[in-house]
Ligand binder design. Structure first.
Ligand code: ADE
Length: 222
């Protein structure tokens, strides 16, 4: 699985992708991440990638030409790839989408900035516009990290947990099950003497009852 991120702030990603499981997944060649500085695709020597909006109004708009050139340059021929544009006006990002993207060979992500992106990127270049929630961020860089992380953990071998458990298998078509988890100690005593206990069933060693409890308490993330 290969990710391409098109951004005007390539450095934002550096530390994030050099830590923890994402770093490990890269080192083990399970995923490949390429970060592309959009300014390198600018038509002028100053690296401009934005312009004033037609019709007037606030702020600047990201131009279509550099994005067109960048996508054309990074897209792999003959591979199963998709181009997504991050915008608060996009389709809601879900676990189902993450699963869909995890089956691609290449995911190209365009990070919007400024007051917006020339609409022709949405209508002619991107296959999908994606929003990660009903709030407005300053740019698409955090959405790109969220999508990359949620897709990567579905790539076999990236997360070392047992995804093939009985419960996971049973709900697989519906989404991903997330249930409450506990670890030692069995009883945690606060400074005020309050006691916070682990549910009895988890200490019982009775696997069927544990599965049943997890199914009851769990939430399916679609
Ligand atoms: N850009 C700004 N806000 C965004 C959001 N909520 N989702 C995706 N891209 C964005």
């Amino acid at each position: 699985m290969r990710f391409e991120i098109i951004t005007i702030f390539p450095d934002i990603f550096k530390s994030y992708f050099s830590e923890s499981l994402i770093k490990k997944a890269k080192d083990n060649d399970l995923i490949e991440i390429n970060i592309h500085d959009l300014r390198e695709y600018s038509e002028n020597k100053w690296g401009d990638v934005d312009g004033k909006p037609y019709g007037g109004g606030r702020g600047m708009v990201m131009k279509v030409e550099p994005i067109y050139k960048a996508v054309k340059d990074v897209r792999l021929e003959g591979k199963n790839s998709k181009v997504i544009l991050f915008t608060p006006r996009g389709t809601d990002y879900t676990q189902k989408k993450a699963t869909e993207y995890s089956k691609l060979d290449q995911l190209i992500m365009i990070c919007g900035r400024y007051e917006g992106v020339d609409e022709r990127v949405k209508t002619h270049i991107a296959d999908e516009s994606i929003s990660i929630g009903d709030y407005v961020l300053i740019g698409g860089e955090i959405p790109a990290m969220a999508v990359l992380e949620s897709v990567s953990r579905l790539v076999p071998g990236v997360v070392g947990i047992d995804n093939e458990g009985f419960l996971e298998e049973r709900v697989r078509d519906k989404g991903m099950i997330e249930y409450p988890q506990y670890s030692r100690p069995e009883v945690f005593t606060t400074d005020d003497g309050e006691k916070w206990s682990v549910p009895e069933v988890l200490l019982s060693g009775h696997h069927k009852n544990i599965e049943k409890w997890r199914e009851e308490k769990g939430e399916i993330i679609k």
